[in-house]
Design a protein around this ligand. Structure first.
Ligand SMILES: *[C@@H]1O[C@H](CO)[C@@H](O)[C@H](O)[C@H]1NC(C)=O
Ligand SMILES: *[C@@H]1O[C@H](CO)[C@@H](O)[C@H](O)[C@H]1NC(C)=O
Ligand SMILES: *[C@@H]1O[C@H](CO)[C@@H](O)[C@H](O)[C@H]1NC(C)=O
Ligand SMILES: *[C@@H]1O[C@H](CO)[C@@H](O)[C@H](O)[C@H]1NC(C)=O
Ligand SMILES: *[C@@H]1O[C@H](CO)[C@@H](O)[C@H](O)[C@H]1NC(C)=O
Length: 386
């Protein structure tokens, strides 16, 4: 800023004065030249000041002024400022600016500092988080190994106390509706904000009705040790799989590449950046996947299948119950919460995990109504040791 403003002011003053001087020098006595010079100087200064005020450039001037006060022998900036996460999640960046900023990637893969990998828990909600006490309890004692981000309706005012893990973790948000592109925008916004913290390694999308079904240590180890880069449900056949494909998406997307996934996914840093930087698939999905093509079920799974198919787990680690039928999975109420119920989620599974099998299939579960909070707080700590 400094270098832009200062020469501008100099240029304005010097150029016209020189010209005037040259034309009058031959005919006027030196003293008159001096007086005229001074008058012109003053007049020009007044005009400049007014012009600047009038065009509202005064903020630029202020910025320039404050930066000139910095000593020029200032020490070089330390690495800290590049690796310390932003202390305030509220920023003034537009989505375009934010996505660009989030797509900046270091090319040297070895970090020159001790990087403790964190999980970013990203909550996509309408507003309140009725199950927040469960998450508080789940995260207690694991500070430094996780970050929280909350995207809610812009009208929602969060009022978590300073002691809460959700305190001031709200990101600048916009309206998002199920099945529409603005839902994917919200998810990319969450990813982009979380990418600004260079220590976040895994990004887990959650809703207000999600709960963890293992303690933090188990989930952290499972996720950090995963050889997959993306975990989310997959289905590439059937009416919902390929039936929603639109041929206009070719050549970017062909029908055999079309996927249906779950909105709730887990993704590592590498593929999170692919999602945030995408400009190839976004316009196709925006234009050709509109209800009843629910874009939030297709965009990321299809795009990632094309770009990084062999890194996908092709299964979800978020448990849901579709057995009751309908367009939405079952929502559980307080009477559903029993130890037997959790045995159904936790036991008797055998899932592919990395190059083998694991009895742990699901790390999270949904959907839980607000009324489940008290029974969950009773049963979960006992069941999951947290
Ligand atoms: C955003 O910009 C406005 C006006 O330029 C300013 O008042 C406000 O403090 C800024 N907010 C943040 C979070 O920087
Ligand atoms: C990954 O798994 C190994 C062996 O099971 C374990 O020792 C290690 O702590 C795990 N890594 C993390 C980050 O939990
Ligand atoms: C998931 O599916 C893709 C093809 O869509 C395949 O390349 C990949 O190996 C599959 N992943 C696993 C873990 O089977
Ligand atoms: C899990 O399933 C695979 C193949 O379906 C089988 O080879 C393996 O033994 C099973 N593991 C357990 C613990 O049941
Ligand atoms: C987390 O759960 C595992 C198994 O469920 C248990 O062995 C472990 O002690 C628990 N960890 C903590 C920190 O409570």
């Amino acid at each position: 800023m400094q270098s832009r403003v200062v020469p501008l002011e100099e240029g304005e003053e010097v150029t016209p004065i020189n010209r005037t001087n040259q034309s009058k020098l031959s005919t006027l006595r030196p003293i008159r030249v001096l007086v005229l010079f001074l008058v012109l100087c003053i007049a020009f200064s007044i005009v400049s000041i007014h012009t600047i005020r009038y065009f509202g450039i005064n903020s630029v001037v202020t910025t320039a002024k404050s930066s000139t006060f910095r000593p020029c022998y200032e020490e070089p900036r330390s690495l800290e400022q590049w690796i310390t996460p932003p202390s305030n999640l509220m920023h003034n960046m537009t989505d375009t600016e934010l996505l660009w900023r989030a797509s900046l990637v270091p090319r040297i893969k070895k970090y020159p500092f001790q990087r403790v990998r964190k999980i970013a828990f990203m909550f996509l909600t309408k507003g309140p988080l009725p199950l927040a006490p469960i998450w508080e309890r789940f995260l207690k004692g694991h500070e430094g190994f996780y970050s929280i981000y909350v995207h809610s309706l812009p009208s929602f005012q969060a009022n978590f106390p300073p002691s809460s893990v959700f305190y001031r973790r709200q990101i600048p948000s916009q309206i998002s509706e199920w099945g529409r592109m603005n839902m994917c925008d919200a998810e990319r916004r969450l990813l982009a904000n979380a990418l600004l913290d260079i220590s976040n390694e895994w990004f887990i999308l959650l809703s207000e009705s999600c709960i963890p079904v293992y303690n933090f240590s188990v989930i952290y180890r499972y996720v950090m040790n995963s050889t997959y880069s993306y975990m989310g449900a997959f289905d590439d056949h059937g009416p919902y799989g390929r039936g929603r494909y639109n041929r206009n998406m070719a050549p970017e997307v062909y029908i055999n590449q079309w996927r249906k996934g779950s909105q709730w996914f887990e993704v590592n840093r590498n593929l999170a950046i692919s999602i945030v930087e995408d400009t190839i698939f976004y316009p196709k999905f925006e234009q050709f996947c509109r209800p009843s093509c629910y874009v939030d079920e297709h965009y990321f799974p299809t795009m990632l299948t094309i770009q990084a198919g062999n890194q996908l787990a092709n299964r979800s680690i978020t448990w849901v119950d579709w057995s009751r039928g309908g367009a939405h999975p079952a929502t559980f109420g307080r009477l559903d919460i029993t130890e037997e119920f959790f045995k159904r989620i936790l036991e008797g599974h055998n899932c592919t995990y990395n190059n083998g099998f694991s009895s742990i299939c699901f790390l999270f579960a949904r959907k839980f109504a607000p009324s489940t909070l008290q029974p969950l707080l009773q049963v979960l700590p006992k069941l999951l040791a947290f």
